[in-house]
Design a protein around this ligand. Structure first.
Ligand SMILES: [Fe+2]
Ligand SMILES: [Fe+2]
Length: 335
């Protein structure tokens, strides 16, 4: 029998104790005595962030009804296994549990990622020297706090249980925070994780039938687009100053992080937890059009961004080719 070493997703009931994860995260803190704020792109993003603050408690209508078995009103066609023989053989109670659990797992990972983003933005505010980068990062901290508040309210009010952080996402976050150099934080969080969030949220917004969730995603997406832009602007400057060794180090970091990210998006832990074997996960989930489209939307944004930073060397090309995503090296950069 085929060995299956994937971890199972840990389900958490409301009120149950949740673990605190500890990471060693060395930081060099920079205090800049020059308080002159430039008028470049980063300052423009900071000004936009101030003008675009929203409040989930005030600006969204939380009284809308929802279904406990399909809390985010996602069409069944967005489930990877929809239409397969396995799906057709399931009774309605099993399908309802599946709809709930897949949505709950995705929302739980979003929440864990949002908290990771808050931590990384705070590290950038501490570790970056340029004042306009500190201000842009500080504005991102409050954005991520509002995202956590809003998504946590969705999880608390609409789901019977949530899930622990996936092992690839935890490993990816560990990789990012264990680096003391701010541009690694920027690469890992602002480009890879924020890029993934943009694609995932756009996908959810396109299909959800829940007006509250759609409106929330629209507001969050506006913020995440700014965060991705902060990363691209900051890195365009720092990457231009790298020597060959520095470029190779960052390329290696991107390769490792991209593999973790790809592993996370395959969602093996939740599909194993709902009962799929390793072979079923490969055939019915990983190779499905639903999963392929999500991965493609992520790497269509990521690969051109890496190329434009001058970090698409032989190693990165090899890794992206292995993931079937190198074709995006010829694509224009996404906003
Ligand atoms: Fe966020
Ligand atoms: Fe963000």
């Amino acid at each position: 029998m085929e060995r299956d070493d994937v971890m199972f997703a840990e389900r958490r009931l409301p009120g149950a104790a949740a673990p605190l994860h500890t990471f060693e995260a060395p930081t060099r803190v920079l205090l800049n005595e020059d308080h002159g704020i430039g008028d470049g792109g980063l300052n423009g993003l900071y000004e936009k962030a101030k003008a675009q603050q929203w409040d989930a408690a005030r600006d969204l209508d939380w009284s809308q009804p929802h279904s406990p078995t399909n809390p985010l009103a996602m069409p069944d066609g967005t489930l990877a296994i929809h239409g397969t023989r396995l799906w057709n053989s399931m009774d309605e109670a099993t399908r309802n549990q599946l709809r709930h659990d897949i949505q709950s797992w995705n929302l739980s990972q979003v929440l864990h990622g949002e908290q990771a983003a808050l931590i990384c933005a705070a590290r950038l505010a501490q570790g970056e020297g340029a004042l306009e980068m500190k201000l842009a990062a500080a504005s991102q901290v409050i954005d991520e706090a509002r995202h956590i508040e809003a998504y946590a309210r969705v999880a608390r009010t609409r789901f019977a249980s949530t899930f622990a952080i996936s092992s690839p996402l935890r490993a990816l976050f560990g990789n990012i925070v264990s680096e003391s150099r701010p541009d690694f934080t920027c690469l890992g969080m602002q480009i890879l994780v924020e890029g993934m969030a943009l694609s995932l949220f756009q996908n959810l917004r396109a299909y959800t039938g829940c007006p509250l969730f759609r409106e929330l995603l629209t507001l969050v997406l506006r913020d995440e687009a700014r965060h991705f832009a902060i990363g691209k602007l900051a890195l365009a400057q720092s990457c231009a100053e790298l020597d060959d060794h520095g470029r190779a180090e960052r390329e290696e970091f991107i390769c490792e992080s991209a593999l973790r990210l790809n592993e996370h998006t395959s969602a093996s832990e939740i599909w194993a937890t709902v009962g799929l074997s390793k072979a079923q996960r490969k055939e019915l989930v990983f190779d499905s059009h639903v999963s392929q489209n999500l991965r493609r939307s992520i790497f269509r944004r990521l690969v051109p961004a890496v190329r434009d930073m001058g970090l698409l060397g032989a190693k990165a090309r090899q890794v992206f080719a292995g993931l079937g995503m190198l074709e995006y090296a010829a694509f224009p950069a996404a906003a």
